[in-house]
Write a protein that binds this ligand. Structure first.
Ligand code: AMP
Ligand code: ZN
Length: 115
């Protein structure tokens, strides 16, 4: 087992509800949803946050966004709209230090940013 829970999810050493998977990216349901639809999209290569990801290999950001596009285009999220959020560090209230992109939707979201 890795020290990183999301690496363990990628390696299937921890369970998750997978909604999308290809060779580079995994999409799964957030365990404590903040909206009717709350998914997390992560790259299979570990990085700590999106700044770290860009410094390591910026193409990973497009890998994740391409996965989000592929997943949402196939269902009502793209038609009705959704929000993508990535939290960084203490002020960003990041709790899991494997870069992840929250995909929130399934209803009209409250608040201006985040949820
Ligand atoms: P953040 O605060 O941006 O780091 O978000 C971490 C997110 O990961 C939170 O929304 C948690 O509910 C979610 N989370 C933590 N552990 C798991 C898990 N085992 N499976 C799915 N989601 C998780
Ligand atoms: Zn990791």
């Amino acid at each position: 087992m890795s020290e990183c829970i999301f690496c363990n999810i990628i390696n299937k050493e921890l369970p998750s509800s997978v909604v999308f998977e290809n060779d580079k990216v995994l999409g799964f349901k957030d365990i404590d949803p903040s909206a009717k639809v709350h998914l997390l999209f992560i790259h299979k290569n570990h990085s700590e946050n999106v700044n770290d990801m860009v410094r390591t290999d910026a193409t990973q950001v497009s890998d994740v966004y391409q996965a989000i596009e592929q997943y949402t285009a196939g269902n009502s999220l793209a038609a009705d709209g959704f929000r993508v959020v990535t939290n960084i560090g203490k002020h960003g209230r990041q709790d899991v230090f494997h870069t992840h992109f929250h995909v929130l939707g399934g209803e009209k979201l409250t608040g201006n940013l985040g949820n």
